[in-house]
Structures are given as structure tokens and as C-alpha cells.
Design a protein around this ligand. Structure first.
Ligand SMILES: Cc1ncc(C[n+]2csc(CCOP(=O)(O)OP(=O)(O)O)c2C)c(N)n1
Ligand SMILES: [Mg+2]
Length: 184
């Protein structure tokens, strides 16, 4: 399946969760499918979506969903260990694994050699789901369970033809912070 199809299938099943999205095309694709002040689009920092999502989950009541890339996760692999050790119940990490750095030209990552689901299970995560086809993606039972949950989605290399996000980082963070503040 294409990455945009995976994101669309998942987002259509979500409600008012907070979403932190990996930089590059994944954020552009999410933005083109659906925009919301509850979305935080990472614009420059690779590997930080999962760490930001963890911090958020530890301080918020709402469920936090992170769309992470295989390359970004591998760049900041310690975040998986920290997420497991902190174990926030409201945290779902979705790994969009295309085995490459699609955003910068589809150079291969080591996710081609290392099964990220097995890696997560090896760390200790008990709730690890792996999907390879869009019809397999059923978020309902996943959203009903306590986290932390890892959802490993195998997607094809490549990017959808979607425009850049026409908001600057200040706008993205300021509307996101308003949502979080209104929850308190
Ligand atoms: C520290 C750092 N190194 C490199 C880049 C350039 N860069 C931006 S996106 C990207 C690829 C991200 O790959 P992945 O997380 O697997 O996402 P994909 O685009 O494949 O969905 C790279 C290398 C960056 N932004 N930051
Ligand atoms: Mg990738």
C-alpha cells in the first residue's frame, strides 16, 4: 500500500486524538488528507516525532498518536526504549515503514534488514500490531486498549504528489498549544 493510503485509512478511524507527524512527505500527506489544530506537523527535525509524542502523552489526558518513519525511528532508536520504560497508556506509535528515506529520494534504511516489530517486541512491548494491507488496518480495537501500542505498517517507497504545508512552524505550534491549553 502507498503511505498516503495507510495514513488516510488510519486517520478516517480517529476522533479527537492528538497527532504528531513525522517530517517531510508524511506530514504533507496527512495535511492534504485532513488538517486539524490537533495535528502537529514536524517540519525539520528527523527522529523527534516519537519523543515529542511521548512527552505529550505523559502530560496529557487525550490519546496521542505518532506517525513515525522507519528512517526517523532508527535515527532516534533510544526513544523506543524510553517509551517502553515510561509506558504511557494513552500513547500509540505508528511506524510507517517503507524501508527507505522516501522524502529525500528513497535511499534504503536498515529497516530492510531489521524487523521493527520484532525489535519492539524484543524491547518488551506487549501490544505490537503489524499491517501490510489497507483492509487489515482496524484501529477500533487498538484505540480501545491501553498503551503503549506499536502499530507497524509496511508501505511502499514513494511519495504522493501533494503540496507543501502552507503554515509556518509558529502557526503550527501556536494552534496546537491552544488545543492543549483548552484541555486543562
Ligand atoms: C537530522 C536530519 N538528517 C537528515 C534530514 C533530511 N531528511 C528529511 S526527511 C528524511 C527521510 C525521513 O525518512 P523516514 O523517517 O523513513 O520517512 P519517509 O520519508 O520514508 O516516510 C531525511 C533524510 C533531516 N531533516 N534531519
Ligand atoms: Mg521511511
Amino acid at each position: 500500500m502507498e503511505r498516503i493510503e495507510a495514513i488516510k485509512t488510519i486517520v478516517e478511524q480517529l476522533d479527537d486524538e492528538l497527532i504528531i507527524c513525522n517530517l517531510g512527505f508524511p506530514s504533507r500527506e496527512l495535511y492534504s488528507i485532513k488538517d486539524s489544530p490537533r495535528h502537529f506537523y514536524m517540519l525539520g527535525s528527523m527522529g523527534m516525532a516519537s519523543s515529542i509524542g511521548l512527552g505529550l502523552a505523559l502530560t496529557q489526558k487525550r490519546k496521542v498518536i505518532v506517525f513515525e518513519g522507519d528512517g526517523s525511528l532508527l535515527m532516534n532508536l533510544g526513544s523506543l526504549v524510553t517509551i517502553y520504560s515510561q509506558s504511557p497508556k494513552n500513547f500509540i506509535l505508528i511506524i510507517l515503514d517503507n524501508g527507505c528515506y522516501a522524502t529525500t529520494g528513497s535511499q534504503c534504511t536498515y529497516a530492510l534488514q531489521v524487523d521493527l516489530s520484532k525489535l519492539a517486541k524484543g524491547i518488551g512491548f506487549k501490544k505490537v500490531f503489524k499491517f501490510e494491507k489497507p483492509h487489515e488496518i482496524n484501529m477500533r480495537p487498538i484505540l480501545e486498549k491501553d498503551g503503549p501500542i506499536i502499530v507497524h505498517v509496511k508501505v511502499e517507497p514513494g511519495n504522493a504528489d501533494v503540496p507543501v504545508i502552507d503554515m509556518n512552524p509558529e502557526e503550527i505550534i501556536s494552534r496546537f498549544m491552544k488545543i492543549i491549553s483548552s484541555d486543562k
